[in-house]
Design a protein around this ligand. Structure first.
Ligand SMILES: CC(C)(COP(=O)(O)OP(=O)(O)OC[C@H]1O[C@@H](n2cnc3c(N)ncnc32)[C@H](O)[C@@H]1OP(=O)(O)O)[C@@H](O)C(=O)NCCC(=O)NCCS
Length: 180
Protein backbone atom coordinates (compact mmCIF):
# COMPACT_ATOMS: atom_id res chain seq x y z
CA UNK A 1 0.00 0.00 0.00
CA UNK A 2 1.52 3.36 -0.93
CA UNK A 3 1.14 6.47 1.21
CA UNK A 4 0.02 9.76 -0.31
CA UNK A 5 1.19 13.24 0.72
CA UNK A 6 -1.61 15.51 1.99
CA UNK A 7 0.35 18.65 2.93
CA UNK A 8 -0.42 18.19 6.64
CA UNK A 9 -0.17 20.94 9.22
CA UNK A 10 0.70 20.48 12.88
CA UNK A 11 -2.16 20.22 15.38
CA UNK A 12 -2.50 20.67 19.14
CA UNK A 13 -3.58 17.88 21.50
CA UNK A 14 -6.56 19.98 22.63
CA UNK A 15 -7.90 20.08 19.07
CA UNK A 16 -8.13 16.25 19.11
CA UNK A 17 -9.83 15.84 22.50
CA UNK A 18 -13.07 13.88 22.26
CA UNK A 19 -15.66 12.64 24.72
CA UNK A 20 -18.55 10.19 24.64
CA UNK A 21 -21.13 9.44 27.34
CA UNK A 22 -23.28 6.32 27.20
CA UNK A 23 -26.01 5.07 29.52
CA UNK A 24 -25.59 1.32 29.97
CA UNK A 25 -28.73 -0.57 28.92
CA UNK A 26 -29.61 -4.28 29.36
CA UNK A 27 -28.60 -4.97 25.77
CA UNK A 28 -25.01 -3.91 26.64
CA UNK A 29 -24.77 -6.29 29.61
CA UNK A 30 -24.14 -9.93 30.52
CA UNK A 31 -26.51 -12.10 32.57
CA UNK A 32 -25.25 -10.48 35.82
CA UNK A 33 -26.19 -7.02 34.53
CA UNK A 34 -22.53 -5.99 34.03
CA UNK A 35 -21.30 -4.23 30.89
CA UNK A 36 -19.81 -6.74 28.42
CA UNK A 37 -16.06 -6.38 27.86
CA UNK A 38 -16.52 -6.45 24.08
CA UNK A 39 -19.08 -3.66 24.25
CA UNK A 40 -16.65 -1.56 26.32
CA UNK A 41 -13.95 -2.18 23.68
CA UNK A 42 -16.41 -1.03 21.01
CA UNK A 43 -17.03 2.26 22.89
CA UNK A 44 -13.24 2.68 23.35
CA UNK A 45 -12.65 2.11 19.63
CA UNK A 46 -15.31 4.69 18.69
CA UNK A 47 -14.05 7.35 21.10
CA UNK A 48 -10.48 6.74 19.97
CA UNK A 49 -11.50 7.05 16.32
CA UNK A 50 -13.10 10.44 17.04
CA UNK A 51 -9.78 11.87 18.28
CA UNK A 52 -7.92 10.30 15.34
CA UNK A 53 -10.47 11.75 12.91
CA UNK A 54 -10.17 15.23 14.47
CA UNK A 55 -6.41 15.04 14.04
CA UNK A 56 -6.31 13.71 10.48
CA UNK A 57 -9.64 14.95 9.05
CA UNK A 58 -9.54 11.79 6.93
CA UNK A 59 -10.81 8.21 7.16
CA UNK A 60 -9.01 6.20 9.82
CA UNK A 61 -8.78 2.45 10.41
CA UNK A 62 -7.87 0.80 13.71
CA UNK A 63 -4.50 -0.93 13.35
CA UNK A 64 -4.11 -2.02 16.98
CA UNK A 65 -5.60 -1.81 20.44
CA UNK A 66 -3.16 -2.43 23.30
CA UNK A 67 -3.72 -4.42 26.44
CA UNK A 68 -6.79 -3.32 28.48
CA UNK A 69 -7.43 -3.99 32.17
CA UNK A 70 -11.07 -3.95 33.22
CA UNK A 71 -10.58 -2.37 36.65
CA UNK A 72 -14.19 -1.98 37.80
CA UNK A 73 -17.46 -3.62 36.73
CA UNK A 74 -19.99 -1.30 35.08
CA UNK A 75 -23.68 -1.95 35.75
CA UNK A 76 -26.89 -1.41 33.83
CA UNK A 77 -28.08 2.15 34.54
CA UNK A 78 -24.54 3.54 35.05
CA UNK A 79 -23.25 6.39 32.92
CA UNK A 80 -20.03 5.52 31.08
CA UNK A 81 -17.77 8.46 30.26
CA UNK A 82 -14.96 8.04 27.73
CA UNK A 83 -12.33 10.67 26.87
CA UNK A 84 -9.70 10.47 24.17
CA UNK A 85 -6.90 12.50 22.64
CA UNK A 86 -3.97 11.92 20.32
CA UNK A 87 -0.70 11.13 22.15
CA UNK A 88 1.64 11.19 19.17
CA UNK A 89 1.50 11.23 15.37
CA UNK A 90 4.03 9.21 13.36
CA UNK A 91 4.08 8.88 9.55
CA UNK A 92 0.70 7.49 8.50
CA UNK A 93 -0.29 6.27 11.97
CA UNK A 94 -1.02 7.89 15.28
CA UNK A 95 -1.49 6.74 18.86
CA UNK A 96 -4.62 7.72 20.76
CA UNK A 97 -5.16 7.32 24.50
CA UNK A 98 -8.65 6.58 25.82
CA UNK A 99 -9.62 6.77 29.48
CA UNK A 100 -12.96 5.48 30.78
CA UNK A 101 -14.89 6.30 33.96
CA UNK A 102 -18.20 5.19 35.34
CA UNK A 103 -20.47 7.73 37.01
CA UNK A 104 -22.61 6.29 39.78
CA UNK A 105 -26.23 7.18 38.88
CA UNK A 106 -27.25 8.34 42.41
CA UNK A 107 -24.04 9.79 43.90
CA UNK A 108 -22.37 11.13 40.76
CA UNK A 109 -19.05 9.69 42.01
CA UNK A 110 -16.63 8.89 39.17
CA UNK A 111 -14.56 5.68 39.16
CA UNK A 112 -11.79 4.88 36.71
CA UNK A 113 -12.88 1.77 34.77
CA UNK A 114 -10.30 1.25 32.03
CA UNK A 115 -7.58 2.86 29.91
CA UNK A 116 -6.38 1.85 26.48
CA UNK A 117 -3.97 2.92 23.75
CA UNK A 118 -4.99 2.50 20.13
CA UNK A 119 -3.14 2.95 16.87
CA UNK A 120 -5.08 4.31 13.89
CA UNK A 121 -3.88 4.63 10.31
CA UNK A 122 -5.16 7.43 8.05
CA UNK A 123 -6.41 6.30 4.64
CA UNK A 124 -8.19 7.85 1.67
CA UNK A 125 -11.44 6.58 0.10
CA UNK A 126 -9.49 3.92 -1.79
CA UNK A 127 -7.70 2.66 1.32
CA UNK A 128 -4.35 4.28 0.42
CA UNK A 129 -2.39 5.42 3.44
CA UNK A 130 -2.10 9.16 4.07
CA UNK A 131 0.59 11.12 5.84
CA UNK A 132 -0.77 12.49 9.13
CA UNK A 133 -0.22 16.01 10.53
CA UNK A 134 2.41 16.36 13.27
CA UNK A 135 1.24 16.72 16.87
CA UNK A 136 2.53 19.59 19.00
CA UNK A 137 2.46 18.63 22.69
CA UNK A 138 2.36 21.71 24.96
CA UNK A 139 1.67 20.89 28.63
CA UNK A 140 3.96 18.70 30.80
CA UNK A 141 1.39 15.86 30.68
CA UNK A 142 1.10 16.09 26.90
CA UNK A 143 4.90 16.03 26.58
CA UNK A 144 5.11 12.97 28.89
CA UNK A 145 2.43 11.11 26.86
CA UNK A 146 4.22 12.09 23.63
CA UNK A 147 7.47 10.51 24.90
CA UNK A 148 5.69 7.41 26.28
CA UNK A 149 3.93 6.86 22.93
CA UNK A 150 7.29 6.50 21.17
CA UNK A 151 8.41 3.90 23.73
CA UNK A 152 5.16 1.96 23.21
CA UNK A 153 5.62 2.10 19.42
CA UNK A 154 9.14 0.66 19.81
CA UNK A 155 7.75 -2.05 22.09
CA UNK A 156 4.96 -2.90 19.57
CA UNK A 157 7.49 -3.10 16.75
CA UNK A 158 9.76 -5.38 18.79
CA UNK A 159 6.78 -7.60 19.69
CA UNK A 160 5.63 -7.76 16.05
CA UNK A 161 9.16 -8.76 14.97
CA UNK A 162 9.29 -11.40 17.71
CA UNK A 163 5.92 -12.88 16.64
CA UNK A 164 7.00 -12.86 12.98
CA UNK A 165 10.18 -14.76 13.88
CA UNK A 166 8.15 -17.23 15.96
CA UNK A 167 5.81 -17.87 12.99
CA UNK A 168 8.82 -18.37 10.71
CA UNK A 169 10.29 -20.90 13.13
CA UNK A 170 6.95 -22.72 13.48
CA UNK A 171 6.50 -22.85 9.70
CA UNK A 172 10.05 -24.16 9.29
CA UNK A 173 9.44 -26.79 11.96
CA UNK A 174 6.03 -27.63 10.39
CA UNK A 175 7.50 -28.31 6.93
CA UNK A 176 10.32 -30.36 8.48
CA UNK A 177 7.73 -32.51 10.27
CA UNK A 178 5.71 -32.87 7.07
CA UNK A 179 8.82 -33.93 5.14
CA UNK A 180 9.66 -36.82 7.51
C1 LIG B 1 -3.54 -0.98 9.40
C2 LIG B 1 -3.15 -1.13 7.93
C3 LIG B 1 -3.73 0.03 7.11
C4 LIG B 1 -1.60 -1.10 7.86
O1 LIG B 1 -1.30 -1.19 6.50
P1 LIG B 1 0.08 -1.82 5.97
O2 LIG B 1 0.09 -1.79 4.52
O3 LIG B 1 0.28 -3.11 6.67
O4 LIG B 1 1.09 -0.74 6.42
P2 LIG B 1 2.50 -0.82 7.15
O5 LIG B 1 2.83 -2.14 7.76
O6 LIG B 1 3.45 -0.25 6.18
O7 LIG B 1 2.25 0.20 8.35
C5 LIG B 1 1.67 1.46 8.13
C6 LIG B 1 1.63 2.19 9.45
O8 LIG B 1 0.75 1.49 10.34
C7 LIG B 1 1.46 1.10 11.49
N1 LIG B 1 0.98 -0.22 11.87
C8 LIG B 1 0.69 -1.24 11.02
N2 LIG B 1 0.30 -2.30 11.74
C9 LIG B 1 0.33 -1.95 13.03
C10 LIG B 1 0.06 -2.61 14.25
N3 LIG B 1 -0.36 -3.87 14.28
N4 LIG B 1 0.21 -1.94 15.40
C11 LIG B 1 0.63 -0.66 15.40
N5 LIG B 1 0.91 0.04 14.28
C12 LIG B 1 0.77 -0.61 13.11
C13 LIG B 1 2.92 1.08 11.10
O9 LIG B 1 3.77 1.29 12.21
C14 LIG B 1 2.97 2.24 10.15
O10 LIG B 1 3.02 3.47 10.87
P3 LIG B 1 3.74 4.80 10.26
O11 LIG B 1 3.32 4.94 8.82
O12 LIG B 1 3.22 5.89 11.11
O13 LIG B 1 5.22 4.58 10.41
C15 LIG B 1 -3.65 -2.49 7.34
O14 LIG B 1 -3.03 -3.55 8.02
C16 LIG B 1 -5.16 -2.64 7.42
O15 LIG B 1 -5.88 -2.11 6.59
N6 LIG B 1 -5.64 -3.37 8.47
C17 LIG B 1 -7.07 -3.55 8.67
C18 LIG B 1 -7.65 -2.32 9.38
C19 LIG B 1 -9.04 -2.59 9.86
O16 LIG B 1 -9.85 -3.10 9.12
N7 LIG B 1 -9.29 -2.25 11.12
C20 LIG B 1 -10.49 -2.61 11.77
C21 LIG B 1 -10.25 -3.95 12.38
S1 LIG B 1 -11.63 -4.61 13.18
Amino acid sequence: MSSTETNPIARSVVSTQSEMTEIILPNDANTLGNLLGGRLMHFIDLTGAMAAFRHTRSHVVTAAMDHIDFIQPVHVGDLLILKSSVNRAFNTSLEVGVKVWVEHPQTGVLLHVASAYLVFVAVDERGRRLRVPALLPETPNEIRRFADALRRREHREAEAARRKQERREQTGHGSETAAH
